[in-house]
Design a protein around this ligand. Sequence first.
Ligand SMILES: Cc1cc2nc3c(=O)[nH]c(=O)nc-3n(C[C@H](O)[C@H](O)[C@H](O)COP(=O)(O)O)c2cc1C
Length: 221
Amino acid sequence: MNVVELLNKRRAVRAYSDKDVPKELIREIFAQAQQSASNCNTQPWHVSIISGDTKNQLATDLVAEVSSGKAPSPTFQPGDYGLADEYKVRQVDCAVALYKAVGVERGDKPARMELMLKNWQFFGAPHVAIFSMPKAMKEVNAVDVGIYLQAIMLLMVENGLASCPQGALAFYPDPILEVAQIPEENGILFGLSFGYEDQEAQINTAKTDRAALDDIAVFVG
Ligand SMILES: Cc1cc2nc3c(=O)[nH]c(=O)nc-3n(C[C@H](O)[C@H](O)[C@H](O)COP(=O)(O)O)c2cc1C
């Protein structure tokens, strides 16, 4: 697949088969993504890949933490903070596409909560990668981690894998920090659940669209 094909094929996948991804393939993908560009080649990303029983126990602990009513405590400002105008519209459209795919009414709060909780169950994926960078760093450094994330997601598609990037995995850091061996000076930016797509799952039929080029670009001169 060329880059255009990879870009078009990648989507956020939210249901997986329970088949593990071979360890060597995971290592190969993350090794290749090391080629990503970054400001002054600082490579500010750290990634912790969690699988097996540790991943299952972490899902249990995260669901308990989220359900306890505790307030979220992300290190960095979440991506949905203070959204307005077209950004708010797009956020709502994205949620509605997901509800529609699984037949959840927008007014059905318990069903929406159940759907939301799947974030902390890693959508049933056999693996989750937790991305962090030093807490002292800011937006421009986070751009580097985003570039790295995109490389990983496209490499996964190239290798027959699916993934879902998740800002939600930054909201309740404590259970993750207990097991993920993240450097002490780092904060969690997002997670990426990954594995083999469950081809039958309704949730994976959710489709998002994109703004037209002329809504986001100007060509000057
Ligand atoms: C940084 C980042 C954080 C995201 N956080 C979540 C999340 O917490 N939960 C979720 O279900 N999807 C999350 N997504 C997936 C987006 O909703 C999805 O990429 C977007 O709707 C476009 O759809 P597509 O990826 O299928 O093309 C996130 C995506 C990115 C890039």
